[in-house]
Ligand binder design. Sequence first.
Ligand code: NAD
Length: 336
Amino acid sequence: MEKRIALVTGANGEVGHLLLGKLAAGNYEVVALDLNDLDQTLSGFVKKFYKGDITDEALLSSIFQNEHIDIVFHLAAVLSTSGEKNPELAHHVNVGGTLNILKSANTISQASKKKITVIYPSSIAVYGLPDLVTKNSASFIGEGQFTNPITMYGINKLYGENLGIYFEKYYKLLEKSQERYIDFRCIRFPGLISAVTVPSGGTSDYAPEMIHTAAQGQGYESFVREDSVLPFMAMPDAVKALLLIADAQKEKLTQNVYNVSSFSVSAKEIAEIVLKVFPETMIGYNPDPARQRIVDSWPSNVNDTTARRDWSWSPDYDIKKAFEEYLIPEITKKYS
Ligand SMILES: NC(=O)c1ccc[n+]([C@@H]2O[C@H](COP(=O)([O-])OP(=O)(O)OC[C@H]3O[C@@H](n4cnc5c(N)ncnc54)[C@H](O)[C@@H]3O)[C@@H](O)[C@H]2O)c1
């Protein structure tokens, strides 16, 4: 079978670190783009690497013209905490970059009359629960509920979802003969935990930070309360979801935007698991009011029934397996 040529933006980030190898081992040739140099460990998975900015129109246009891209994994983004530190930059990258990808892909796909699939990782940050009482009483939130985000990142992601749908279904609505060639597929991820990389700039980072610092023999002070609950997912499952939705038959997809879920856990429960493995570590709680407010606005769990039905989504890692078979052994190995 002919290989699909995949453009991965933000390829040097946490998701990219696992995705690139999986793509290269599968039916893909990888073209990568990032603002920063690509990690040397990843260069063997990539046919061509572009160092540059996702908002650079000339760069994107030349990549689409030269590389015959079939599918885009649009990972480049400024995440939630970084976005609150610099909301204008977040808007520029998250909205401007996404528009640039969709516009460049659309231009070339219309000219060549060839569909380009755009895979867009969104986030539970698109949700905005008004208060803790509502968060604690609302369970298994569906894609259409509580989409009132309170962060610039959440607002950007929700808009990016709608922008993708617009390019697939409605672009230049007034032009009757307009043919549309974008196939837009989006997954709303919970907090992702990787054994390979330490996150920066997210608001669910307390979970991975707790594990990574304990494995390095350091104590950790959580920036959220111990009773804070969020849905999380082990990174291999996030990559599995991206590959599954990329391979799904379009006719089976009843919507463009899908929740996926794996396990929900409180900060205290994560600390207890970590303390069992690294009993000498110290974990304390010193909630940062702003970051706590963001976490309190995100759901404890989401309903992913439609992803399970439409493209056979199911996670391989529940909480026990995520810690016992992935996070603890891999992270211990990394720092030993
Ligand atoms: N990590 C999570 O917990 C999580 C959860 C939900 C959704 N997501 C989404 O998944 C995607 C990947 O997340 P991640 O954890 O790998 O993020 P990350 O922050 O680890 O990586 C983002 C990458 O994008 C690059 N980048 C930033 N601005 C850029 C620009 N202007 N031009 C080109 N590259 C740029 C960065 O250099 C970085 O390598 C993002 O879209 C994110 O919103 C992540």
